[in-house]
Design a protein. Structure first.
Length: 152
């Protein structure tokens, strides 16, 4: 394996949420691992006596609570990334996209490509229906399982 391919694997690992990548080819094996995230900073509390109801209060501002996520997903099936790589919605920058919103597709329709280690991997719809949404932008890094398109 040449140095450029190793650098590409490192870049893929660094740009993803993955913690470890193992590459095997024949008797060659390469393992790359990220260090764990640092532990969160401890929260300190100050005692404010003598008020009995509020004896402990945070000594710094706490972040606001996260907004509630959507409880219902949009209808349809999702085409997800089968690997870590870069999403492309067209076969080349000067070519039309594989599919557009509103296009009819079947299980074998190629809907995009994922580039991984300079190999272009075609991704098929896997279901029949109509393209309702394209969720990834061209040249966007994606991870395994990233939702790429929604088909209804």
């Amino acid at each position: 394996m040449d140095l450029d391919k190793i650098k590409e694997l490192i870049a893929i690992l660094e740009s993803s949420k993955l913690k470890k990548v193992v590459y095997k080819k024949g008797d060659f094996e390469l393992q790359l691992e990220k260090e764990g995230d640092p532990a969160p900073a401890p929260v300190s509390y100050a005692v404010h006596a003598p008020h009995p109801k509020h004896q402990f209060e945070p000594s710094h501002e706490l972040p606001p609570p996260k907004a509630a996520e959507k409880s219902a997903e949009a209808p349809g099936k999702y085409v997800t990334s089968p690997m870590v790589g870069t999403f492309y919605g067209a076969p080349a920058p000067d070519k039309p996209p594989f599919v557009k919103v509103g296009d009819k597709v079947n299980e074998n329709t190629v809907v995009c490509i994922i580039e991984a280690m300079k190999v272009m991997n075609e991704v098929k719809a896997g279901v029949s229906g109509t393209v309702a949404e394209i969720l990834a932008d061209s040249s966007q890094p994606v991870e395994f399982g990233t939702r790429l398109l929604r088909i209804t």
